[in-house]
Design a protein around this ligand. Sequence first.
Ligand SMILES: C[S@@+](CC[C@H](N)C(=O)[O-])C[C@H]1O[C@@H](n2cnc3c(N)ncnc32)[C@H](O)[C@@H]1O
Length: 213
Amino acid sequence: MRVLRVLLVVLLAAGGFLFVYVVQWLRERHARGGPIPFSRAHILEHPLRPLIHPQRSTLEKFRFKPGDTVLELGPGIGYFTVEAGRMVGPEGRLLCLDIQPPMIGALRGRLEERNVTNAHPMAGDALNLPLADNSVDAAFLVTVLGEIPDRPRAMGELRRVLRPGGVLSISESLADPDYQLEDSVRDLCRASGFEVLDHSRERLGYTMCFAAP
Ligand SMILES: C[S@@+](CC[C@H](N)C(=O)[O-])C[C@H]1O[C@@H](n2cnc3c(N)ncnc32)[C@H](O)[C@@H]1O
């Protein structure tokens, strides 16, 4: 009897949590517009996130290697950045560009704390990347695309800065209120001249990799 009561309480708590999450998700999807505010950035570090977005295995899909120059577009407070910096190695460079200076400030602190010296945070806009043509080997965006208002223009910028054959990786998660459907991401990238290399499904999301023309 006691076990049943405990089970009921657990189920009710889980149901309540899910309900609140879905209501919040719907509100943000329809009302927010623009990037996730810095005041809500703690959600990017939710303790359950590694279950749906494990850092290492997600990054391994992005096809960059030690020594590469890699652009992380929209790193936020750096959920993926420390691990990505390790994977690029001492000969590589990780350029971390986010439109919100407070995100960049928090990221900088995190990198200093973890002694990551090959990652370079900078404030900037995906619509006007402060990078030279053909200057990066790979670029990745995790739950960022839906926050960018003019996505075709951002794709044009990514195409410009990636070297020919460079890899663009886009990872989307349903947990994100700005979730982008697979077909629309594929169409968007193809329209900018990218060619699909790889597509993998994950818990509550997917990753697609494209080759730059
Ligand atoms: C949902 S967060 C994801 C952060 C990180 N990629 C992660 O998965 O934890 C999206 C990030 O993209 C950034 N962002 C949104 N629009 C942007 C733009 N136009 N240019 C650069 N960064 C942008 C936001 O400031 C925010 O930090």
